[in-house]
Design a protein around this ligand. Structure first.
Ligand SMILES: Cc1cc2nc3c(=O)[nH]c(=O)nc-3n(C[C@H](O)[C@H](O)[C@H](O)COP(=O)(O)O)c2cc1C
Length: 263
């Protein structure tokens, strides 16, 4: 299988060292790697109005070339201890519209090299590319990936009671209970579009590392208020994350009762 790497030189002058470096990279590419090239020559200055009117063809072409490559090699000059504006302009364009970021940059490995007559070897420019590329990668990746596990109510058991009204567990708080030697989660259950409070439920798990271990929620009380929570009353250790057999029970940030756990 051939790995395709798209090399983009950040200079458009005819005798550019960085364009020469691309040619050198092609010559020394190992077997199984094909280095293709893309130019930033026809990329216009970024302009939000232009984008609104439709991403220019040269930009669309560059984006498609990046999306079709296994990896990208940025070959960067260094201007005034940083990266050249013309090159940044081209890469900024490839991040637009942001809804296309995942397709273009998502998970794509990027290498950065560069040439200069200066002694620094473009190290300062290369360093400035790193936060740019990190931004591209973060914007392209989902911010949070739901861990493998099972829902609180197994999908094989009916969760909804047949009514089309909303029916959700939400607003959980979790604490380690030293008496039960288990994690305890208190949850709200809402059963209509206004998040009307149906009740407060409890679920247990011996570990936080395996979401499938949480027990199916059991109803503690009907009604109640939002954000059920306990605070342990043991001196020094009692917190909202650690409690013992008896703890203060809070709803919506106020407590007027205790909760007592039984094994
Ligand atoms: C505006 C400008 C700023 C520059 N600043 C630096 C610099 O900070 N460090 C450096 O090593 N070279 C610097 N240079 C020199 C470039 O490395 C040199 O012009 C190089 O040939 C540009 O790359 P190219 O040959 O691919 O066009 C600068 C050149 C220009 C035009």
């Amino acid at each position: 299988m051939t790995v395709t790497i798209l090399a983009i030189a950040g200079s458009v002058r005819a005798r550019s060292y960085n364009r020469m470096l691309v040619r050198a990279a092609i010559e020394v590419a190992p077997e199984g790697a094909a280095i293709e090239t893309a130019s930033i020559e026809d990329i216009p200055l970024y302009n939000g109005d232009l984008e609104e009117a439709g991403v220019p063809a040269a930009v669309q072409d560059l984006k498609n070339r990046i999306a079709g490559a296994s990896g990208v090699l940025l070959v960067t000059p260094e201007y005034n201890n940083s990266l050249p504006g013309v090159f940044k302009n081209a890469i900024d364009w490839t991040s637009r519209p942001s809804t296309d970021m995942a397709r273009v940059w998502g998970g794509r490995p990027v290498g950065v090299i560069g040439a200069t007559p200066g002694l620094g070897g473009t190290n300062l420019a290369q360093a400035v590319w790193l936060p740019v590329l990190r931004t591209a990668d973060e914007a392209a990746s989902p911010a949070w990936v739901y861990p493998a596990g099972s829902p609180l109510v197994a999908a094989t058991r009916p969760f909804h009671d047949g009514s089309p009204a909303a029916d959700v567990f939400w607003g959980p708080s979790v604490h380690w209970n030293t008496y039960l030697e288990q994690y305890v989660m208190l949850l709200n259950r809402a059963k209509n579009d206004q998040f009307g409070q149906e009740g407060i439920y409890v679920s247990y798990s011996p570990t936080l590392s395996d979401p499938s271990r949480w027990t199916a929620p059991v109803k503690l009380m009907s009604g109640g208020e939002w954000y059920p929570q306990v605070i342990g009353e043991e001196t020094g250790t009692g917190t909202d994350r650690m409690a013992g057999r008896r703890a203060r029970f809070f709803m919506t940030g106020r407590s007027d009762r205790w909760i007592e756990f039984e094994r």
